[in-house]
Design a binder for this molecule. Structure first.
Ligand code: NAD
Length: 308
């Protein structure tokens, strides 16, 4: 692989996140080769000049760098190691960047089973929701070799906020940081929903309660900003399905188990998320656990108008 920045990007997984990320790569001038099991997800990209490839192997063979943005580790495994997968097409010296929220095992297996191949493998999961993917302002947490991260910086900058593209350690570290961010955010969500439900049920006005929390040491970015989409207009963020949120929580707890760290609170948050998924369906938004509390107290948590 040359040390120059790549120009031809392969991208597999054109869903809620991948669709925005590829549009921004295209806008930044990269040539794209794309694939998804839903052919129609590429229509707009192809109309704008992207090349369609029928398999991940073809994507890998036709590009300098292959990016995956897939739902779960199982999907990543299929796309990389399955028949006509990336490994079947990638040249020696080639680069694979997994931007899915996933775990290091797939990449570790690829390295272990191909000890003589010169493959550059990075994990670079993201935060910032579908809206951040669309606006090109994702946070990106990169695990991998310093030289690879430097070479790929222009690619990451096309999709993310340059100030928040962080090289967080060796291969695998990006996955860990991302899982910990989600674990804490989901914990904030459940804790905030519970507190608002109790306070409102006890008779305090929602806006007064919220403003009091914001003015207190208990304030958080979740209370002040992220909760607003629900409080303002009942938007539980269907851009991120609760099935995927449950996947992240499961991976986070598996990680805790594998390193021998306790995770009592995380396990409880996961159970509450799984209850909401069972009640409202796989495609319900990632913030739907708030609805569990709303339904239990018989009140939708909505502000008349936003005071802060
Ligand atoms: P999504 O389900 O909307 O998109 C996934 C895409 O992968 C779909 O288009 C699907 O057709 C495609 N796909 C599945 N299997 C495939 C295969 N074998 N070959 C080719 N394509 C295949 O998911 P998403 O919301 O875009 O999330 C993608 C990843 O990003 C997940 O790991 C998720 O946890 C993570 N993530 C999502 C968000 C968000 O807000 N949506 C935010 C941060 C991180």
């Amino acid at each position: 692989m040359s040390s120059t920045s790549p120009t031809r990007i392969g991208f597999i997984g054109l869903g809620n996140m991948g669709s925005g990320m590829t549009r921004n790569l295209q806008k930044a001038g990269f040539d794209l080769v794309v694939n998804d099991i839903r052919r129609e997800s590429a229509d707009q990209l192809v109309a704008n000049g992207a090349e369609w490839a029928t398999t991940p192997a073809e994507v890998a063979a036709a590009s300098d760098v292959v990016i995956t943005m897939l739902p779960t580790p199982r999907h990543v495994e299929t796309v990389v190691n399955g028949p006509a997968g990336i490994l079947a097409g990638i040249a020696d010296g080639g680069t694979w960047v997994d931007m899915s929220t996933s775990v290091p095992e797939v990449a570790q297996r690829v390295r272990a089973e191909n000890p003589h191949r010169d493959l550059h493998i990075l994990d670079a999961p993201v935060s910032g929701m579908a809206v951040g993917a669309a606006s090109g302002m994702l946070q990106i947490f990169v695990g991998g070799e310093e030289a690879d991260v430097a070479r790929l910086r222009p690619v990451f900058e096309a999709m993310g906020d340059p100030e928040r593209i962080l090289h967080v350690g060796a291969a695998g570290a990006g996955y860990t940081v991302k899982l910990m961010i989600n674990q804490l955010w989901f914990s904030h969500l459940v804790a905030t929903a519970e507190v608002l439900a109790i306070g409102v049920k006890a008779g305090v006005d929602l806006a007064v309660l919220r403003n009091s929390l914001i003015a207190s040491p208990a304030n958080s970015n979740f209370v002040q900003n992220d909760m607003l989409s629900i409080l303002d207009h009942g938007d539980y963020d269907e851009g991120f399905a609760i099935a995927l949120a449950c996947k992240d929580l499961g991976l986070s707890i598996d990680l805790a188990r594998s390193v021998g760290a306790p995770s009592e609170l995380s396990a409880l948050v996961e159970q509450i998320y799984r209850r909401a998924r069972a009640q409202y369906g796989d495609l319900a938004g990632e913030m739907t656990p708030v609805k569990l509390y709303e339904d239990l107290i018989g009140v939708n948590l909505r502000l008349e108008r936003v005071l802060v």
